[in-house]
Design a binder for this molecule. Structure first.
Ligand SMILES: [Zn+2]
Ligand SMILES: [Zn+2]
Length: 537
């Protein structure tokens, strides 16, 4: 959920720019029913009249995914390269009622100013076309916000991280480098995208039957590599999955897939000979509704794989998705399908810099201050130690919501501002602290018992209580029905109630709920949620 704010000026008249507006993916285990999250931007929403612009570094969801949701509350002009702007536009088309975002296209290398900020888009290589660092020049110094980047001696498409440009920035004098930490724990340097392309070409050429490749939908260089490999092996490419269709449409328009034959639709898959096809599938993270999961479960209307076919995971499993991805791999292996992952061969490289690349970046830029960004605590801590070892004078450990003064004077943490998470729950956006989430967890853990009891005006019970339960086991250890335990607990409780209590429906509800939970704890060891309603008749 990348969203970095830079402010300039005295507090009363301070002007801001926001770099990126990304979303995150929530783990279903801790947040049942929630899969997307957004940053809580209350701080800048309250100051939106001083927000001069939103700069998008590149089109990955963790950098643009919250824009459509948050923009109506910010209403500042958005700056993005053509590829990112086009992807944001196609994404909006798929969300009815999406706002009309004020968007300005920025050419790579372009320099323009917003209030006190002189802004330069500095091209970098990454795993999506048109990625940029932003150089922010102010009267108090130059800040370089790297965005996501890597070094690639032989990128297959898109921009490259230019040593000359970063060295020139370093010579100009960089006050602070706010830099990607994602891959800092890995030593050495990333292999090049072109080595991945060579490996894919070899594997596809040597495959006896069908080949399916799954990768991140937005990785145009990888899509291109697969298409070139298919072409060289005399195979057609079939594209399956909406997210990939969307990216491919934009990539074709912008010329990133020039020279390649048109891709085939999923419907044409069954007409192509088994050794003449490569299917490009979404779902490399095990997303249950994406193409790959449906193929693995034999639920896809058009695409089927059989023993002897091959599936290449040209991707990395993002932490948290392991069990879903492994379930798919196991399902495919059971069918006799051959699996290739980045553990078997060089079929994927990360778009983020390893230590060796980071060392070069620090050497070129020589910042006075380092602010590790984009990573978990482990990555940020490792990056901080690394920056110190590179001889950076000041290393600032900023977490979400940390307000850091970079200049004038030595850097200093000034404040911690509100910066939580918001969850997308169906069509509603809720704060992370909304009680819906712990309630759902509780229901998932021990279910719920609902009871309705009818009473007349004199405080006498009418008829039998109605009882329903959801998510409870059927039988106790000794084989009794759990529902009978609940029934008995209710009847025993009711019998023992005093006349005074009977006249107070709230007190009856409390007493019955307590009795049920107590009885279930005794036979089950767990206490479900319990809803008791006394209805006066
Ligand atoms: Zn990225
Ligand atoms: Zn990112």
């Amino acid at each position: 959920m990348n969203a970095a704010l830079y402010g300039f000026g005295p507090e009363r008249s301070r002007k801001w720019i926001l770099v990126d507006c990304g979303m995150g993916f929530a783990g279903e285990e801790h947040t049942p029913g929630i899969d997307l999250m957004y940053p809580d931007l209350s701080f800048i929403i309250e100051r939106r009249k001083d927000l001069l612009g939103i700069l998008i570094t590149h089109a990955h969801e963790d950098h643009i995914g919250a824009l459509v949701e948050m923009w109506p509350k910010l209403r500042a002009p958005v700056f993005a390269t053509r590829f990112a702007a086009s992807l944001i536009a196609t994404r909006k088309l798929s969300e009815p009622g999406a706002p009309k975002i004020e968007m300005t296209e920025v050419a790579p290398g372009k320099r323009f100013s917003l209030g006190p900020f002189d802004i330069e888009y500095v091209p970098v290589s990454h795993s999506i076309p048109e990625s940029n660092a932003v150089a922010l020049r102010t009267p108090h110094g130059l800040v370089v916000h790297t965005g996501d980047w890597k070094l690639d001696p032989a990128p297959t498409l898109g921009s490259n991280t230019s040593e000359a440009t970063f060295r020139a920035l370093g010579e100009e004098g960089i006050l602070a480098l706010v830099c990607d930490s994602t891959n800092i724990v890995r030593d050495g340097e990333s292999p090049s995208e072109s080595e991945v392309a060579t490996t894919l070409a070899r594997i596809i050429k040597d495959s006896p039957h069908r080949v399916a490749v799954t990768t991140f939908a937005s990785n145009v260089a990888r899509i291109r590599a697969v298409a070139e490999a298919a072409l060289a092996a005399g195979r057609e490419v079939v594209v399956v999955g909406r997210a990939m269709d969307r990216v491919i449409t934009v990539a074709r328009e912008l010329g990133y897939l020039d020279g390649l034959p048109d891709f085939k639709t999923a419907q044409s898959y069954s007409y192509i000979a088994r050794d003449k096809v490569v299917a490009l599938l979404t779902g490399s993270q095990g997303e249950p509704r994406a193409a790959l999961a449906r193929v693995a479960e034999e639920q896809h209307p058009d695409i089927a794989l059989t023993a002897g076919d091959r599936v290449i995971f040209s991707s990395r499993t993002i932490p948290g998705n392991e069990s879903e991805v492994n379930a798919i791999i196991n399902a495919l292996v059971r069918k006799g399908i051959d699996i290739v992952t980045d553990r078997h061969d060089l079929v994927h490289v990360s778009g983020h810099p390893r230590k060796g690349e980071m060392r070069q970046m620090y050497e070129w830029t020589k910042p006075r201050i380092a602010v590790p960004a984009h990573g978990e605590d482990l990555h940020l801590a490792e990056h901080a130690a690394f920056a110190r070892a590179q001889g950076v004078a000041d290393v600032v450990k900023a977490r979400n919501g940390t307000l850091v003064r970079l200049a004038p004077g030595r850097p200093e943490i000034r404040d911690h501002v509100r910066a939580g998470r918001l969850y997308r729950d169906g069509d509603i956006v809720i704060p992370a602290l909304d009680k819906a989430i712990p309630e759902r967890r509780k229901l998932a853990f021990a279910g719920i018992v609902s009871v309705a009891i009818a009473m007349n005006k004199k405080g006498e019970f009418v008829g039998e209580p109605a009882v329903d339960q959801l998510g409870l086991p059927e039988l106790t250890r000794s084989g009794d029905k759990l529902i009978d335990v609940v029934d008995d607990a209710i009847l025993d409780c009711i019998k023992g109630l005093s006349r005074a209590v009977r006249r107070d429906p709230d007190a009856v509800e409390d007493a019955v709920a307590r009795a049920i939970r107590g009885a279930l704890r005794n036979v089950w060891g767990k206490k479900p949620a319990c809803h008791v309603m006394v209805v006066e008749v």
